[in-house]
Design a protein around this ligand. Structure first.
Ligand SMILES: Cc1cc2nc3c(=O)[nH]c(=O)nc-3n(C[C@H](O)[C@H](O)[C@H](O)COP(=O)(O)OP(=O)(O)OC[C@H]3O[C@@H](n4cnc5c(N)ncnc54)[C@H](O)[C@@H]3O)c2cc1C
Length: 385
């Protein structure tokens, strides 16, 4: 076992941290207030190879390990979770679906331009009646000659409003339930495919989130990704990596908040002293620091297990479950320790506080992870019908 970063990981850490300092933090207030996706930051990330670097080199990525990815994600989320999600977290699931379920032609068609930042991919599973219960999909795909006709609605899709290609989970045989689902790639501009950007978001303000509609939307069979009936499994390719991103992203956000709190409480004086000199304040900082250290270790253990192809389902849920508690606790306490200054966007704590809420929804809610942990430990599935 080795807890030290390699030379390459240290290089990526420094590069990602510098990127967050120079390209994210100075503009974060505007990004957040405008609540719109800004392409310029993705273009700059692309120039450094930071767009979807998990994709193997032969398909245009850097082919780096999960641990190295986690190092990059930690530093970028130190700047902003939602901005990092535009080019690092967002492509994980749709990119993994194409990589693991797609054929050679599909991989060559979509992955290299995605890594060059020329096109965006999205993954669309969630629907009005299928949230935590992803198997309850109602969007249909009906075969008509060599084409499939899609009808349905998808909600809360990352990059859904800007995606050039969306991996859509649809029902191809209702009688087979979760085994009757298939993934289809729907390209922007296909008649019958429309999207609507969501505005007024609590967090994720510097990222695109959209609802999608498919209305008699015809796609050729060559756009079917993976086998008919294997859609649920195919859609979940990349889910573990997406969860790792949530976990280490929470660590990055929490670290940023704690650093801001330490600097601020050493500067802010009350009762004739810096507030950092009060024992109750130091106790809160200690609670934050110890919790961050714990989840950080869980995150890198998870990355290590993934890199070594070792089983990690339980460790993934442990880490995600703790990360959700961590980031909500640390960001909330940070706002509190900034006093009234915490509620205005002058300091980099407010946007982390708002993004913290989203980590609880993406990659499975706390309740879902509690049930997954419970199922593994008790061997009783609380969700069985
Ligand atoms: C920023 C963001 C980005 C997203 N990106 C995507 C994307 O790219 N693609 C995509 O398909 N989806 C995406 N989603 C949707 C996300 O996957 C869902 O929000 C998530 O799966 C939860 O579903 P839901 O919102 O419908 O909540 P619900 O499933 O309706 O849950 C509501 C509440 O009930 C609880 N609950 C549900 N079932 C149980 C149970 N059995 N026991 C106890 N509690 C339960 C949940 O934990 C939650 O607290 C995104 C969401 C957000 C916020």
């Amino acid at each position: 076992m080795d807890f030290a970063f390699t030379e390459e990981q240290t290089m990526f850490r420094d590069m990602a941290h510098k990127f967050a300092e120079q390209e994210i933090l100075p503009y974060i207030k505007d990004y957040e207030r405008e609540e719109k996706f800004l392409r310029s930051v993705v273009d700059k990330a692309r120039d450094l190879g930071l767009v979807a670097p998990f994709i193997p080199e032969e398909y245009g990525g850097l082919g780096i390990s999960k641990t190295t990815l986690a190092v990059i994600q930690e530093e970028l989320c130190w700047g902003s979770y939602s901005i990092a999600h535009n080019f690092l977290g967002g492509p994980v699931q749709p990119g993994s679906i194409v990589l693991h379920a797609g054929n050679e032609e599909q991989k060559k068609r979509w992955l290299p331009p995605m890594c060059r930042g020329e096109i965006f991919l999205a993954g669309a599973a969630v629907e009005p009646s299928a949230g935590s219960d992803a198997s309850n999909i109602e969007t249909t795909a009906v075969k008509n000659g060599n084409k499939w006709v899609l009808n349905g609605t998808k909600l809360f899709i990352t990059c859904g409003g800007i995606a050039d290609v969306v991996m859509v989970l649809a029902q191809t045989d209702k009688s087979k339930g979760p085994r009757g689902l298939t993934v289809f790639a729907v390209e922007r501009g296909t008649p019958g495919f429309t999207s609507r950007d969501l505005e007024g978001k609590l967090g994720f303000r510097a990222a695109n989130l959209a609802d999608l509609r498919f209305s008699d939307c015809e796609v050729p069979d060559e756009n079917r990704v993976g086998e008919i009936g294997r859609g649920l499994r195919n859609m979940f390719y990349g889910i573990d990596l997406a969860r790792l991103f949530c976990v280490i992203g929470s660590v990055g956000m929490s670290r940023s908040c704690m650093e801001s709190v330490i600097a601020y409480t050493k500067e802010r004086k009350q009762f004739g002293k810096p507030i950092a000199s009060f024992q109750l304040i130091q106790g809160t900082i200690a609670d934050m620091a110890a919790a961050i250290d714990g989840v950080r270790l869980q995150a890198y253990r998870l990355a290590w297990l993934m890199d070594n192809n070792a089983p990690h389902t339980l460790e993934s849920s442990y880490a995600k479950y703790q990360a959700m508690k961590l980031v909500n606790f640390v960001t909330q306490q940070s706002i509190h320790l900034f006093g009234a200054y915490g509620i205005i966007d002058e300091y980099p704590v407010q946007h982390h506080y708002r993004d913290a809420m989203l980590v609880s929804l993406m990659g499975g809610t706390p309740e879902m992870h509690a049930l997954m942990i419970g199922r593994q430990l008790t061997e009783i599935d609380a969700l069985s019908r």
